[in-house]
Design a protein around this ligand. Structure first.
Ligand code: ASP
Length: 369
């Protein structure tokens, strides 16, 4: 059987040289278990000229710490869910990021937090918005998902649910930091937009593929500085800023949430990958020579087909181009069953990191690295 499949694969390379093989067979064995992990800490106008060496080092260290926390869990055979939670809680507790402590301020001067978590095994999901006292909103999203009766909770009801579940609650002042307060003041004084005043989006997110082939996506944020009227961004909107489906991928986004909602970014990327893979399989099957009775001379097996990293990148880039066409900026992290995580962003920089079972472990900030 394997021999037939190998033969089919050789034929298919000839038929479709650019899209069949991700890496050569030595590197990519479709039957070998693998894990892959990626995190982000926001995208935006993050340029070397605007960062001191100390800031640069501090962000890299924070990213590496969150990356290592998740990667260790995956390398030891832990679940994608645990890896995503480990990385996001660390970044929520870190005031450098716009999630948990260090969240941006609303127009009225409060910190209102959004978070979402999705399990690719069964597409169960939990999302919360407008939370003001839950120390780690991603843990509340997990409780919503585990409870299963609802997917999306808001405001006072979400807080009541958090208290029922025994989650750690804090005084709202816990989330407040001076730099974020000054951003709100500057926004009001100079009549700036959220993008002008923040320069970058500091939302945090993580996506993971574990050794069992399960994928999870999680995202947590304070939203945009000066948000008003109960504004909800893309982060807790399942299919926009957060999405996972074991058949395709897991996605976490950061950027101007309104555009990410309108482009249904997370779901669009997963659907795009499914379409690309399906098309590859259909094309391969259609290319099999027929015998004199009109039957295929060999069977193309789905497990012999996989997307290259560049194919996954192309799908993510196409969806981010769509966001840009609408007028939005930001970025995404994506894991798929096919190999290392990819990043796609249409901003000068993005705080990010990725690690894999093949030994990759890297963090980055600027667009040119
Ligand atoms: N996407 C978030 C929102 O619109 C903001 C961010 O990425 O920092 O709420």
């Amino acid at each position: 059987m394997r021999a037939i499949l190998a033969f089919a694969a050789v034929i298919l390379v000839l038929v479709s040289p650019t899209s069949l093989m991700a890496q050569d067979e030595e590197e990519y064995d479709p039957f070998a278990p693998r894990w892959s992990f990626a995190i982000h800490g926001g995208a935006g106008t993050i340029e070397r000229a605007n960062m001191t060496p100390e800031q640069d080092a501090a962000y890299r260290a924070a990213l590496q710490q969150a990356l290592d926390a998740g990667a260790k869990i995956l390398a030891e055979g832990g679940s994608a869910m645990d890896a995503v939670i480990a990385a996001i809680t660390l970044m929520e507790d870190d005031p450098k990021f716009n999630a948990g402590k260090g969240a941006v301020f609303t127009w009225e001067g409060a910190n209102e937090l959004d978070a979402a978590l999705m399990d690719g095994r069964d597409r169960s999901a939990g999302a919360v918005t407008g939370v003001k006292t839950v120390k780690n909103p991603i843990l509340l999203a997990r409780e919503v998902m585990k409870d299963g009766r609802h997917v999306f909770l808001s405001g006072a009801g979400a807080e009541e649910f958090a208290s029922d579940k025994g989650l750690e609650l804090v005084d709202p002042e816990y989330f407040a930091t001076e730099p974020r307060r000054r951003s709100l003041e500057r926004m009001k004084a100079q009549q700036l937009s959220a993008i002008d005043v923040d320069v970058k989006f500091g939302t945090v997110g993580a996506v993971a593929l574990d050794l069992e082939g399960n994928m999870v996506a999680g995202t947590s944020t304070g939203g945009l500085t000066g948000k008003r009227w109960g504004r909800i961004g893309d982060v807790p909107v399942i299919g926009a800023g957060t999405y996972a489906d074991n058949r395709d991928c897991a996605v976490s986004a950061t950027g101007q949430g309104e555009y990410f909602i309108r482009a249904a970014v997370g779901h669009s990327i997963c659907q795009g990958l499914r379409y690309s893979w399906r098309k590859m399989l259909d094309d391969a099957q259609a290319s099999v020579p027929l015998d004199e009775d009109g039957n295929p001379t060999f069977i193309v097996h789905a497990s012999e087909m996989w997307l290259e990293e560049s194919d996954v990148q192309a799908v993510a880039d196409a969806v981010m181009a769509d966001v840009k066409d609408l007028g939005g900026t930001g970025g995404v992290i994506v894991v798929s069953p096919f190999g290392p995580a990819v990043f796609s962003f249409n901003t000068p920089g993005m705080y990010r990191g990725r690690a894999t079972s093949a030994g990759v472990s890297e963090v980055g900030i600027y667009g040119d690295e």
